[in-house]
Design a protein around this ligand. Sequence first.
Ligand code: Q9C
Ligand code: ZN
Length: 343
Amino acid sequence: MKTVYSPLHAGHAGTMELMSGAIVPGFEKPSRAEIVRSRVESEKLGPILAPELHDLSAAKRVHKADYIDFLPTVYPEWEALGRSGSAMPYTWPTRGLRGDVVPDTIDARLGYYSFDAGAPFVKGTWEAIKSSYDVVLTGAKLVKSGEPAAFALCRPPGHHAGAGFMGGYCYINNAAVAAQWFLDQGARRVAILDVDYHHGNGTQEIFYSRADVQVLNLHGDPMVEYPYFLGHADERGEGPGEGFNVNYPLPFGTSWEAWNAALDDACVKLSAYGPDVVVVSLGVDTFEKDPISQFKLKSSDYPKIGARIARLNLPTLFVMEGGYAVDEIGVNAVGVLTGFEGR
Ligand code: Q9C
Ligand code: ZN
């Protein structure tokens, strides 16, 4: 299958994050995408294409316009104050505070448009976000044009980003953008299968009251795992969307047998839904050696994931999400894709 990749992701580098009370280098770093790209080449998965450039109208179909317009302004405003390093929020409009007034100053706007401090900005961050968006739309167009599958090697990832907020390394929800784009191009129904270790809270929020996008999520139980405040099994969608959101919270230590049982159940529900296209939020932070995750999948499990998804027999767009065991991220992510292709 074809891969879409942009070198502009690499400008989103040198970020910092909070980890167990310390400020540490960001786990979501440029080498992740470089190692995946290198494995795509060495496995001869197929050609690697540059993205076509897009305006932001497709982003505004799933995100609030003011949020999208905010993103390119962050670092210029930060620098105008004489600052450098990572622009990050430290105050949020949680319960008891006003969420209906957008403040003027950058520190407050960063909090207004986020749910955590996990989506920092450096000088090249906006260009990387935009390139990741161009990558996913270019991949979607390949699938719409008749490719059985395509791989959008997105970085930064997207599934924690909601309609009006960033967080968890995510800014624009690439998978959601692609799903909506397929609908706008004539698809009747789209399924999003999110196999990243973390619950895709942004994707769930965006489509929660809709019947035209089925969202299925396999993830660490939010009672004990990030993002903590969404992802329980009783979240089934609301209004017209009731029944079209499906969560599989799984305990720490989950290995292939239990994870695969959840995947198979999700795939049965997906087939019953009868979508025209599948978008896979492809995180490989389910890996046993992932530094921030608690599942126990092995490298030999990833081709089996791809093979199960192939059995859906539907046009499929793979969208890169998480995975922080950098040494094995290429083997694991591309393993899903070669497994999908039956080799
Ligand atoms: N600093 C994705 O996999 N972890 N995002 C925060 C340690 C946040 C993961 C705790 C993990 C976000 C796309
Ligand atoms: Zn993740």
